[in-house]
Design a protein around this ligand. Structure first.
Ligand SMILES: Cc1ncc(C[n+]2csc(CCOP(=O)(O)OP(=O)(O)O)c2C)c(N)n1
Length: 698
């Protein structure tokens, strides 16, 4: 039976609602919930988190179009069923079957996800999808698409930073997003009064987001409000927030005993008045869409259907250990390409400007999003200046919030699976976005390759400002402006980290980074933005590296994961120096000075990509020289440099004739602002030279 509940209102665009199908979906959610809850108790799988009390979410989804995007949370089984009709998927994931569409058995049950149905991959971190949902909405808006996105979370979720990031994204850019707070009164044992002060609706309205409080125990009221709010969003009037008031009919999860924190009276009152499935069934009987007997008949039919589905699911294959490394990282397969453009001398900043323009030219959806990037200055360092003049509207200034920035670029990338660029002004400030970055990197593994998050995070890192801060020497960046950064990113599984040392590599690698399906952190060293090629102590330019200050016009790419081996001097190398970024230049100077004095050759291996790093090149360089030194400008704590050093000890031990040396900055919070302390903090050509002499003597 089809009923258009909005038929009496003129000008409505609401689709007719099949209320009996909606009821059946809600019953299916409840019966699935009860069945899985029992199976968990029977010890058939380790964990279950249920939907009882949240089934009216099916009515919210009924108000969306099938091609609208959704970002769900773990109570949204009814929303899943309303969108997909797939009763097998929740069972497949509960029993960890490879046939599960959400993560092929990798994620906990109730973590809804499907690229096919445009359901973003739910994370266990409450509300962590929020910044990415904002990015999806940003992309839909930019491309003037008709779809919207619905984001859901609980009342606890409304208190998270991530949720507040989405709220800011939505309100600042007036994005096409419907935010639903499913307020069941509890966040595990914490009542919702702890999560916010005052009225959520008034709070949202004050921030420029239209909002309504809705009784989620009344399915028809929920549907009607949803139609209203969806129309508001779809018609371009900006975002909307629904404060959906529900009751939680079960404990938080299979790990929580409901009686340990909720009173008997409260549980009974909730069960009696806030059960949306019971309430809707009663409404259907009262309005003569159903007979009383249909209620129990429907439940029984659904149970039979589910038991049949369960029998089938139990015959499906379980994951095997051999797949445990699958879908971690997607490094693009490099295609050999010879740069055709005329070569000219360029700074690294010039090379980055050119790469961004190339990307904008090749991909109409490409944009850079970050603080100040849309100003004629092109961000504080000027990296987007050319983009601003040549492609107006593609460099977009953001609010001062790094998580807002990363979420917008990452979520937008998920819409068309092409990398968009987030600019983080100083890598030190990425930390508020760390969770979103980790989620982006985890997505392909968690969803067993169903979703990927192409994303470039460009950021100024390491010593030297090259812009507003002095471009001479280490730069006085001090706290907040001088961290190297690689230690934060190279430890994230699923993330590519690049740190170029020359303008030629910066352009070619940035262009290649845009082809990756895994997120890429592109560390731009402040001291290299405007640097000249390195010289030896006699003032001679070191030719072997200087040629990379010439960059071809136009498009070319360089392979991710490949080091550049630079031989300083002639003959077999006596030491392999493994380095990246600014320290490549310092190492070249040190090596040239030694070779000028002693003759022979020293090899500097410029890693270029830190994760995944070129193991073959490192091993080959060690095999030849039998002496090795790792040089990093990270501080001397757990760091990428330490990891590399340890890798060499573990994998190249029998090729070594001397203790592998390690040079880094000091184990202090940052290089102090004053020059004497700052100079003592970082490795320099001089300290590297001294270490080489020491190593050669050993
Ligand atoms: C960021 C984060 N902090 C803590 C947790 C542990 N945790 C899981 S669910 C939950 C409560 C969430 O409450 P709410 O958002 O109200 O949703 P509900 O479970 O009540 O539907 C907590 C604290 C988590 N998963 N993520």
């Amino acid at each position: 039976m089809t009923v258009n509940t909005r038929a009496t209102e003129a000008g409505t665009t609401a689709e007719p609602l099949d209320i009996l199908a909606l009821y059946r979906t809600m019953v299916t959610a409840r019966v699935t919930n009860d069945m899985l809850k029992t199976r968990k108790t029977q010890g058939r799988f380790p964990f279950y988190i249920g939907c009882a009390g949240h089934e009216s979410m099916a009515a919210v989804v009924a108000a969306l179009n099938p091609d609208d995007w959704m970002s769900l949370y773990y109570r949204d089984l009814a929303a899943w069923l309303q969108r997909t009709g797939d009763i097998y998927a929740p069972l497949r994931e509960a029993y960890s079957r490879t046939t599960g569409p959400m993560g092929a058995g990798r994620n906990m049950p109730s973590h809804y996800s499907s690229k096919h149905y445009r359901i973003l991959p739910t994370f266990s971190e409450v509300a962590a999808l929020a910044p990415l949902a904002g990015g999806v909405a940003f992309s839909l808006q930019r491309h003037k698409r008709k779809e919207i996105i619905m984001f859901t979370t609980g009342d606890g979720g409304a208190a998270t930073n991530d949720f507040n990031v989405l709220f800011r994204q939505a309100s600042v850019h007036q994005l096409p997003v419907l935010i639903v707070i499913e307020d069941n009164g509890w966040a595990i044992t914490t009542p919702s009064v702890i999560q916010w002060g005052g009225s959520l609706v008034e709070w949202a309205k004050g921030g420029g987001v239209y909002a309504e409080e809705v009784d989620g125990t009344d399915t028809m009221a929920t549907y009607e409000a949803s139609v209203r709010l969806v129309e508001h969003v779809r018609s371009g009037q900006g975002p909307a927030l629904m404060h959906l008031c529900l009751g939680l009919l079960d404990s938080h999860s299979s790990s929580t005993d409901i009686r340990s924190y909720r009173s008997k009276e409260e549980i009974e009152a909730t069960t009696a008045t806030k059960d949306p499935v019971k309430n809707f069934g009663r409404w259907l009987v009262e309005h003569e869409y159903l007979q009383e007997a249909d209620i129990e008949r429907t439940r029984k039919e659904v149970r039979v259907e589910l038991e049949r589905a369960e029998t089938q699911v139990l015959q499906e294959p379980e994951p095997t250990p051999d797949r445990v490394r699958q879908h971690i990282l997607y490094v693009p397969r490099w295609q050999e390409n010879t740069p055709r453009g005329t070569k000219k001398q360029s700074s690294m900043l010039g090379a980055i400007n050119e790469a961004l323009v190339e990307l904008a030219q090749r991909d109409p959806g490409f944009f850079v999003y970050g603080q100040d990037v849309g100003s004629p200055k092109g961000g504080v360092f000027g990296a987007t200046a050319l983009l601003v003049t040549q492609f107006p509207g593609r460099a977009i200034s953001s609010p001062l919030n790094e998580q807002v920035i990363v979420g917008i670029a990452a979520g937008a990338g998920m819409v068309d699976l092409k990398a968009r660029c987030a600019e983080i002004q100083f890598v030190d400030y990425h930390q508020s976005a760390a969770q979103t970055i980790r989620m982006a990197a985890r997505t392909s593994y968690q969803s067993y390759g169903d979703w990927t998050v192409p994303l470039i995070i460009r950021t100024k890192s390491g010593s030297g400002g090259g812009g507003p801060i002095s471009s001479g020497g280490a730069g006085g960046g001090a706290f907040g402006h001088s961290n190297a950064g690689e230690q934060w990113f190279t430890c994230i599984p699923g993330m590519i980290t690049i740190c170029p040392a020359t303008p030629f590599d910066a352009k070619g690698l940035l262009l290649e980074a845009a082809r990756a399906q895994s997120p890429v952190t592109f560390l731009e060293r402040g001291r290299l933005y405007r640097s000249d090629p390195p010289k030896d102590s006699q003032g001679n330019v070191i030719q072997v590296i200087a040629e990379y200050w010439n960059i071809p016009d136009g498009y070319y790419t360089l392979p991710i994961g490949k080091a550049r081996r630079l031989r300083i001097g002639n003959g077999p190398s006596s030491i392999a120096i493994i380095s990246w970024g600014t320290m490549v230049l310092e190492s070249c100077t040190a090596a040239a000075n030694i070779v000028n004095r002693n003759g022979g050759a020293i090899e500097v291996v410029d890693l270029r990509t830190l994760a995944p790093f070129d193991e073959e090149a490192v091993a080959a360089a060690v095999r030849e020289a039998n002496r090795v030194m790792v040089v990093t400008e990270e501080d001397d704590l757990t760091s990428f440099g330490r990891h590399l050093h340890s890798w060499i000890v573990q994998n190249c031990f029998y090729d070594l004739d001397a203790t592998p040396a390690f040079i880094s900055a000091l184990a202090a919070p940052a290089a102090p602002y004053n020059a004497p302390e700052e100079n003592a903090f970082y490795p320099t050509a001089k300290t590297i030279e001294e270490k080489i002499e020491e190593l050669l003597r050993e």
